[in-house]
Design a protein around this ligand. Structure first.
Ligand code: SF4
Ligand code: SF4
Length: 401
C-alpha cells in the first residue's frame, strides 16, 4: 500500500530545501528569502472566487456560468454563441476528469491530483541506465502528444501547503506518495492563430484544448510508468506550482507576464507534470537570456487592460494572499487580472499574445530575432521589435472565415 505524506513543510524543512536546491535556485534566478512561505491553494484566485467575499461578484458568477450550456452570450465579435460553444467543447475532456470526483470534494487536475485509473504492476522493470530511461520517458511523452519534456527533482517548497476540498471549500492536507522524488514536466503548445484572437471567448478554446490534451497525455504517461512497476501521479494545476518546476526542468525562463517563456513557443504553452518514483536522470535549469530581455521590455505590461502587470524589476512585495511570499519575482495584481477575466466572461491572455517571443519560429527572421534577443545583442532585438509594424490582433470573424 502506498504511503501518503502531507506536503506541508516546517521552517527548518524550508531552510534545508533551500540548501539542497541552492545551485538550481541560483541558476533559474529564484531569489527565495527567509520570509518564504509555501502557497496555500485556498488563496489562488479561482478558489478565492468561491469563498472570499472580497472577490465574489455578479461578474465572477457570470464568468463561471459561461462554461455552462444555458449561458446567454454577450454581444460582440468573438463572444457569440458559436465562440462560447467552441471554447466550452474544447474543455470537455478536462471537465470530465475534473468533475468525476466532485462528490468527494476532489476537483482532479485543479484542486486535487488526478486519481490513478490503473494499478502499479507488481514486478518492477529493472532500470540499469537512468540516463537512457529519461530519454525513453521523453520519447513516450512525445508519443502521447507532449511538445516539450523536462525532468527535475521534487522540491516541496513549490507544493501547496494545503489543497482545497471543493465540496466544503476548506483547506485539507495536500498528500503525495512518499516515494515520488522526480517530476516529469510536459509543455503543451497552444494554437498560434487562436491565441492571436485574445481577448475573446473564441481564444479560450486554445486554453481548453490544451487542458484536455494535457489531461489525457499525463494520465497515459502515468499509466505507462505504473505499468513499469513504479508510482506515478498525473497532475495538472493541482498539488504544486508548475511554473518553478518547468523552469527547474530546463524548459524556459520566467517572464514579466508571469509565464514561462520557452525558446520554442515563447509563452504560448501550458504545463502538466507527473510525480514519480521511477529512477530518472534530471535536467538542469538553463539561463537562456530571456529574463534579461524582459528586464528591458514592458510590452505585456503596457498591453494589459486592467494594468495588472508590473513595469519595474522583480520585487518581493505584494500584500495579496494570491502572491507567494518570500520570492523575488514579477508578480501580477491577481485581483485586477481575474476581475478583467470575470468582466469579459472568459480567460484573457493578451500578455501572451503580444509577447515578442510568441512566434511560430518558422521564418529565418523569427529565428534570427530569437538569437539576437537571447544574446548580448538583445538591445538590437529590442530595436528591431520596436521598429516592426505592430502585430494586429486577428479578428475572431477572420479566424472563422
Ligand atoms: S491575462 Fe490579461 S488581464 Fe491578466 S495580466 Fe495578462 S493581459 Fe492582464
Ligand atoms: S512582453 Fe516583453 S516583458 Fe513581457 S514577457 Fe514578453 S518579453 Fe517579457
Amino acid at each position: 500500500m502506498t504511503k501518503m505524506v502531507p506536503q506541508l513543510l516546517t521552517e527548518s524543512d524550508i531552510k534545508n530545501q533551500r540548501k539542497d536546491h541552492l545551485s538550481s535556485d541560483d541558476l533559474v534566478g529564484f531569489n527565495v528569502s527567509n520570509s518564504f512561505r509555501q502557497f496555500n491553494q485556498m488563496n489562488d484566485m479561482f478558489t478565492r472566487a468561491y469563498w472570499d467575499e472580497s472577490i465574489k461578484s455578479p461578474d465572477t458568477e457570470a464568468f463561471f456560468n459561461s462554461y455552462r450550456a444555458d449561458f446567454i452570450p454577450r454581444r460582440g465579435e468573438g463572444f457569440n454563441q458559436k465562440d462560447f460553444a467552441l471554447r466550452n467543447a474544447s474543455w470537455l475532456i478536462s471537465d470530465i476528469i475534473s468533475n468525476r470526483g466532485g462528490e468527494k470534494g476532489l476537483r482532479e487536475g485543479f484542486q486535487a491530483a488526478i486519481e490513478s485509473d490503473t494499478e502499479i504492476a507488481p514486478n518492477k522493470v529493472l532500470i540499469e541506465d537512468v540516463a537512457n530511461q529519461s530519454i525513453e520517458i521523453k520519447k513516450i511523452a512525445k508519443l502521447f502528444g507532449a511538445d516539450l519534456v523536462g525532468i527535475t527533482s521534487v522540491d516541496k517548497r513549490w507544493h501547496y501547503s494545503h489543497r482545497v476540498d471543493t465540496k466544503t471549500f476548506s483547506a485539507v492536507d495536500n498528500e503525495l506518495p512518499a516515494d515520488c522524488n522526480s517530476v516529469i514536466v510536459m509543455a503543451h503548445a497552444m494554437d498560434y492563430d487562436l491565441v492571436d484572437t485574445y481577448p475573446s471567448a473564441l481564444a479560450g478554446a486554445s486554453t481548453g484544448r490544451e487542458y484536455s490534451h494535457e489531461a489525457s497525455i499525463c494520465m497515459q504517461l502515468a499509466a505507462y510508468i505504473r505499468g513499469l512497476g513504479y508510482e506515478a501521479i498525473a497532475s495538472m494545476n493541482d498539488t504544486a506550482l508548475v511554473i518553478p518546476y518547468a523552469i527547474k526542468a530546463g524548459l524556459g525562463e520566467y517572464g514579466r507576464n508571469q509565464m514561462v517563456l520557452t525558446p520554442e513557443y515563447g509563452p504560448r504553452v501550458r504545463f502538466s507534470k507527473i510525480f514519480t518514483s521511477l529512477p530518472l536522470k534530471k535536467d538542469v535549469p538553463k539561463s537562456l537570456g530571456i529574463k534579461e530581455y524582459c528586464n528591458d521590455c514592458t510590452k505585456c505590461a503596457k498591453a494589459c487592460p486592467p494594468k495588472a502587470l508590473p513595469f519595474g524589476l522583480p520585487t518581493e512585495g505584494s500584500e495579496s494572499p494570491s502572491t507567494i511570499k518570500g520570492v523575488k519575482k514579477w508578480s501580477a495584481n491577481c485581483e485586477k487580472c481575474f476581475g478583467y477575466w470575470a468582466k469579459i466572461r472568459t480567460d484573457c491572455a493578451i500578455c501572451m499574445r503580444v509577447c515578442p517571443f510568441n512566434r511560430k519560429y518558422k521564418s529565418p527572421y523569427d529565428i534570427v530575432w530569437r538569437w539576437l534577443a537571447t544574446s548580448r545583442f538583445r538591445k538590437l532585438a529590442l530595436i528591431w521589435e520596436a521598429k516592426r509594424k505592430p502585430r494586429k490582433r486577428l479578428k475572431p470573424n477572420d479566424w472563422w472565415n
